[in-house]
Design a protein around this ligand. Structure first.
Ligand code: BT5
Length: 319
């Protein structure tokens, strides 16, 4: 926690009674001027804070955004080592990669409520308007790079489980899409570094569209609707992150089978006629989707009855 988080906690803890700048300063071992600078920064970040001579500071309202200061206190899983981020950043994946390269521990998360350079896979754009959840998690599994193939699916299962626990009915589209009402509500971007026999770090980036007061949802995309007063966007983000931690831990401890079973339950493609394309858009395989294998590859049953295992590619339904 940063000093700013500590100042915010002191304001939260004091409730309606408020707390004087001097008491906060003494409690944190900083000057009153430093407290007033942190209060000014919190106001710039959207916190409404009253200041009255005699009463000190009083927290009136918090921003309804999935930003670090709002999400961090709602995370329950001990997996989370450190919560970083800002209201807006270029790409949380870039920020998390920088932290990972500097040695940030597993369980470090960077979160923002808007991105100016959000990325999808293969350099595609991830639209990241205000109010969505944009998070990147540093992972350090003790394994070879070749064992990481199922991880995007594990993370997607975590996102789907989080949405399901909030009452939504998500589906999964191989390899990394989470759908609500047939539309993409979330995507997962995995980036990594290491030697063939040893993964040094992984950064799992997760973008989730959240529809709430003041948020924007990209056209044609799915969105989880967070009603203010019922479930706040910061809570949606915290539930999804905790659920990702649980899915990841299960993979580390027991392997892919639990996530694979869950993937099969939520599989939006099973039984559909598919075309798989490579990056140039050329069709490289067609057939009927028959689930995934124990390495997370898509199984495609051809008209001849043979089954092909697809490790990567873009999948579209054939009309
Ligand atoms: C993904 O790529 O689905 C991975 C998205 C990962 C985004 C997160 S946000 C936090 C972290 N920081 C980053 O910079 N990135 C990660 P892909 O499978 O390549 O899908 C990209 C495609 O999804 C685009 O080409 C669009 O067609 C579509 N798309 C873009 N933005 C979208 C959105 N907000 N909602 C739904 N679909 C979107």
């Amino acid at each position: 926690m940063s000093t700013r988080d500590d100042v915010l906690s002191a304001l939260r803890d004091s409730g309606d009674a408020g707390v004087s700048g001097q008491v906060v300063a003494d409690g944190l071992g900083i000057s009153r001027v430093a407290v007033s600078k942190h209060v000014a920064a919190l106001r710039r970040a959207g916190y409404e804070i009253d200041a009255h001579a005699g009463h000190g500071y009083r927290l009136i309202a918090s921003p309804a955004l999935p930003i670090p200061t709002e999400v961090a206190p709602l995370l329950h899983d001990p997996f989370w080592a450190r919560v970083e981020g800002a209201e807006v950043t270029g790409s949380t994946n870039d920020d998390a990669r920088t932290l990972a390269e500097k040695g940030a521990p597993e369980g470090t998360v960077v979160i923002a409520a808007r991105q100016t350079a959000g990325r999808g896979r293969f350099g595609r754009t991830w639209e990241s308007p205000a109010g969505g959840m944009y998070a990147s998690v540093v992972l350090r599994p003790q394994c070879a790079l070749s064992e990481l193939a199922p991880v995007p699916l594990v993370i997607a299962v975590g996102v789907a489980d989080g949405l399901a626990s909030l009452g939504a009915q998500p589906q999964l589209k191989w390899p990394n899409d989470v759908l609500l009402g047939g539309r993409k509500v979330a995507g997962v971007l995995l980036e990594m570094s290491g030697q063939p026999d040893h993964a040094e770090w992984l950064v799992a980036g997760i973008g989730v569209n959240i529809a709430s007061e003041g948020s924007v949802v990209p056209e044609d995309a799915g969105a989880f609707t967070a009603q203010l007063g019922e479930v706040r966007p910061a809570e949606v983000a915290a539930v999804i992150l905790d659920s990702i931690a649980a899915a990841y831990r299960q993979w580390v401890v027991s392997g892919f089978s639990a996530a694979a079973n869950r993937f099969a339950e939520l599989d939006a493609l099973a039984g559909s006629e598919l075309a798989v394309r490579d990056l140039t858009g050329a069709v490289v395989a067609t057939g009927v989707a028959a689930g995934i294998d124990d390495a997370g590859r898509l199984l495609l049953r051809a008209a001849s009855g043979g089954v092909q295992r697809i490790a990567s590619g873009e999948v579209t339904l054939r009309s």
